[in-house]
Design a protein around this ligand. Sequence first.
Ligand SMILES: Nc1ncnc2c1ncn2[C@@H]1O[C@H](COP(=O)(O)OP(=O)(O)OP(=O)(O)O)[C@@H](O)[C@H]1O
Ligand SMILES: [Mg+2]
Length: 322
Amino acid sequence: MIASILMVQQANHALPAGYQLDEYRIEHQFSLGGFSIVYLATDPSGQFVAIKEYLPNSLALRGEGEIKPTISEEHLPAFRYGMKCFFEEGRALAKLSHPNVIRVLNFFRANDTVYMVMEYERGRTLQEMIQKNRAIITENFIRNVFTKLLNGLREVHSHKLLHLDLKPSNIYMRNDYTPVLIDFGAARQTLASDTPMLKPMYTPGFASPEHYKQRELLGPWSDIYSVGASMYACMAGSAPQAADIRCEKDRLIPAMVRWEGQYSDQLLETVDWCLCLNHFYRPQSVFALQKALTEAVEKPEQPKQHWLGQVVDKLKRRSPAK
Ligand SMILES: Nc1ncnc2c1ncn2[C@@H]1O[C@H](COP(=O)(O)OP(=O)(O)OP(=O)(O)O)[C@@H](O)[C@H]1O
Ligand SMILES: [Mg+2]
């Protein structure tokens, strides 16, 4: 979430509960990000939906009790350009139909901005689970969740789209622990170069080095870096060192060193593989990464015996039972 970073900027007000937005009724606000507001709403049949409203708070301000945001003359071109990208992103997403990618149901313009209607999912983000439910995040959990998530990401990549904002707070976990990819950041990414007011802001630790400075190198391997960082965060409880800082002085302790013996070598090696700074050295496709993740786990080495046990064993060997 980028909300905290942008708190210093103006805060936008959400549409009020009960507001009739096109054919939907706003129930309440879910979240207020720097780029958008997400609401719980009901459709005409009374079904819940989630609605995302394009409202970058660096460009548009909705005061208390207002419906249409105020956009200054100076910010209008950037706002419109961002809106176009948000719209195109939604249209591309609406073509995807995959159990591990958020389903976009509708897309419309209103109140001088754009709205994306999504299926409402019940659950919590992986970030919340990492913070509140650590005990559940075992080797099996990581393998299962990320293998399924990668099925969704494969579908995204096969449509020539990149997620580009993959991190535990954008992985929504249904109550049955199946993951859903939400919050596609690509709209923000496409804007980065020529509209500084809409510059993307990344959660440090999850964006690849090329996200920061070599955008022409962005590719499936960039999302794969973020997947590796998310798996690392599952183990560490917090994000790995940010890639831009790593490029200056890499202090990231490889997963293989940090958790040796606690997870299989194979899983740890896979995480380190995804987190290579040089994009050529990472898995180049989701398929390659999935292959590594689903390979049979080697039996973990026998845990080292306590010294007392070793002495007893030695004595037993010296004086075999008669
Ligand atoms: N389809 C959905 N069903 C249920 N809850 C959702 C859905 N989409 C979003 N949410 C809730 O809203 C929160 C924020 O959503 P999202 O990550 O898309 O936006 P954001 O991070 O606030 O936005 P941005 O970074 O674009 O400003 C999620 O963490 C989740 O709790
Ligand atoms: Mg988000």
